[in-house]
Design a protein around this ligand. Structure first.
Ligand SMILES: NC(=O)c1ccc[n+]([C@@H]2O[C@H](COP(=O)([O-])OP(=O)(O)OC[C@H]3O[C@@H](n4cnc5c(N)ncnc54)[C@H](OP(=O)(O)O)[C@@H]3O)[C@@H](O)[C@H]2O)c1
Length: 331
């Protein structure tokens, strides 16, 4: 059998991630033990949280150890099973990280149905990013028809789902994205009411124009200047779902927020979210997202890097905003 290629964390980046933070290694493929399954990974998900795992700063989960396989969710095919619940040829979702093959225990695997959607969707719209959008919007945002929602990183894995769900619920939906091409996609393909290009340098004015009745819900994926500007336009008793701060993940200094007063005077409710807190309810979101997808109500875009050895470049591109849609590696 072929050797297993894998990518290890070689060093911790002080700022932006660079290729030399990683090391490629070839090892023998491990045999599955009793109750275990050998999987050949077909897709690796690249996600912004990986920047946090490369750092040893305290967070909601421990960092990847130096010399360990980089963490990541994968979808793949069962090659050999010593678990009664899985057979060779099954497609499974698991977290085997940045490697071609891996062994997982039965409880670490979930069978996925690839008869109606591509396997890669379970890493995106029907996976962790889709769950994040669904629970953040409905459980924290509590959207009501007629309200105005703003979502940043609007063309991305989480943002694109948030906006389409909110539109389907009857809200006015305004995206924030980097560049004309992404903004055009968000309006023309995803059906948002408007999209503001934050790189154009007129974010406050453009948001005022796009949100004539102010903002009732901010689904925040970016932070920094984007969040600071959005806060200035929020309504009385509005909500902020603090999902991500990608603008700050590689920054040398935390951003110095100037608009916190708006939270006080407008009685804004701001809640941080980590999607794992909803893990017992994933099936609920999956059923609803799957139904909306089947009904043609959700559009979805992927940004694919070919080959495991290009995963570092894929992550670097994602963290610099050069992805367009859910970032994946085809193994
Ligand atoms: N809390 C949770 O449980 C949870 C779960 C999943 C994701 N998240 C967070 O949700 C956010 C979106 O994640 P995603 O997986 O959907 O990624 P994504 O949106 O597909 O990709 C990241 C996007 O962030 C945007 N961005 C804005 N400012 C940026 C900056 N200064 N540097 C780099 N990129 C910037 C870029 O889009 P533009 O070019 O449009 O700016 C980029 O395409 C991230 O903050 C992530 O950490 C949180």
């Amino acid at each position: 059998m072929a050797a297993n290629k894998r990518i290890l964390l070689a060093s911790r980046p002080p700022g932006a991630v660079t290729p030399d933070n990683f090391r490629v290694e070839e090892t023998a493929i491990t045999k599955p033990g009793e109750g275990e399954v050998l999987v050949r990974n077909e897709w690796l998900s690249l996600d912004p949280y990986m920047r946090g795992r490369m750092s040893d700063a305290k967070s909601y989960v421990p960092p990847v150890e130096l010399g360990a396989v980089m963490t990541g969710q994968t979808v793949g095919e069962v090659v050999e099973s010593r678990h009664p619940g899985f057979r060779a040829g099954d497609r499974v979702l698991t977290s085997l990280g940045w490697q071609q093959y891996g062994v997982a225990k039965g409880k670490e695997l979930r069978l996925v149905d690839v008869s109606r959607v591509p396997a890669s969707y379970y890493l995106g719209i029907l996976g962790m990013p889709g769950m994040t959008a669904w629970f953040g919007l409905f459980d924290i945002g509590k959207p009501k028809a007629g309200e105005t929602l703003v979502v940043s990183a609007a063309s991305g894995a989480v943002g694109s789902v948030v906006g389409q769900l909110a539109k389907d619920e009857g809200l006015r939906v305004v995206g924030i994205a980097g560049g004309r091409e992404k903004c055009d996609y968000v309006v023309r393909e995803l059906g948002f009411d408007a999209c503001v290009d934050y790189r154009a340098g007129r974010l406050n004015d453009d948001l005022r124009e796009a949100c004539p009745k102010g903002i009732d819900i901010d689904f925040e994926n970016v932070g920094g200047e984007v969040l600071d500007t959005v806060l200035r336009r929020m309504n009385l008793f509005s909500r902020v779902i603090l999902c991500g701060l990608i603008a700050e993940y590689s920054a040398a200094q935390p951003y110095a927020y100037k608009s916190l007063r708006s939270i006080l005077v407008n009685r804004i409710r701001m809640q941080g979210m980590i999607v794992f807190d909803w893990k017992d309810r994933y099936e609920e979101a999956l059923a609803d997202l799957g139904a909306r997808l089947a009904a043609g109500k959700l559009r979805y875009k992927e940004s694919v890097v070919e080959g495991l050895e290009n995963a570092p470049q894929g992550l670097i591109a994602l963290l610099a905003g050069r992805n367009f849609g859910k970032q994946l590696v085809k193994l």
